[in-house]
Write a protein that binds this ligand. Sequence first.
Ligand SMILES: Nc1ncnc2c1ncn2[C@@H]1O[C@H](COP(=O)(O)OP(=O)(O)OP(=O)(O)O)[C@@H](O)[C@H]1O
Length: 267
Amino acid sequence: MSAVAADAAETLSVRNVGIDFTTKDGVFPALDGVNIEIPVGGFTTLLGPSGCGKSTLLRTISDILQPTRGSLSLFGLTPREARQDGAFGFVFQDPVLLPWRNCLQNTALPLQVAGVGKRERTERAAEMLKLVGLEGFETRMPSQISGGMARRVAIARALVLSPRILFLDEPFNGLDELRRRQMNEELQRIWLESGTTAILVTHNVSEAIFMSDRVLVMARNPGRIIADERIELPRPRTQELTRSPEFLEYEDRLTRLLTDAYRGVDD
Ligand SMILES: Nc1ncnc2c1ncn2[C@@H]1O[C@H](COP(=O)(O)OP(=O)(O)OP(=O)(O)O)[C@@H](O)[C@H]1O
């Protein structure tokens, strides 16, 4: 943790957070001693093996789970206050678009739920579709677009309420490597334009480096952070950069850390 306490309004702080689950085999510490300080506007990635508590940590930050120990502060608010304030946007592994609504109507859904009038929500949703590169596809139905396009719609929908924090839980799982790289470039552009704070969960080392200012490597039993790596590469990052010695050095280092994190998973 930083020696100088940052301004609470500018920082997402997770302090000594632990989560215990009670199962028939006893109490299981899914997370323990987790400390994170994320600056407003930053892009942070949680990288770790299956079962290390990445989703549990996201769920705790987003007020779905209450910590057993420790505390959280989200830019000066509690997780509950932040949720009630509409501070969160979510993109999940599966884009889950409503098949009977077109791209514009799917993007506008959170606005409709929030009671925003039709004209304003149409304008705002169209703006978001433009941001994710889907101008001209407003009236396409989900069955008429590719998997990559569906993910863009999911990102547009997550950003439509201008969230302070965008949670991305393995959003490009299932895409082939080339498509994933294209989506990473797109997401970087969208994130830079939106100015939101982003927290990504991934298993993919290259994606973690490409996207992040910071990569938190997690291990399990108990779920904890074993490394906090700053990625000091210039933006906007390009595919060219992924072949540079600096990028490959990060890749090598994070792969080693992740290998350590995987060690013991099946012990
Ligand atoms: N409600 C629950 N009750 C009991 N155990 C749980 C519960 N939710 C999660 N766990 C356990 O806590 C641990 C962390 O789960 P979590 O889903 O956060 O991991 P993860 O890193 O997101 O995994 P993955 O990458 O597979 O999604 C796992 O061992 C999981 O089985």
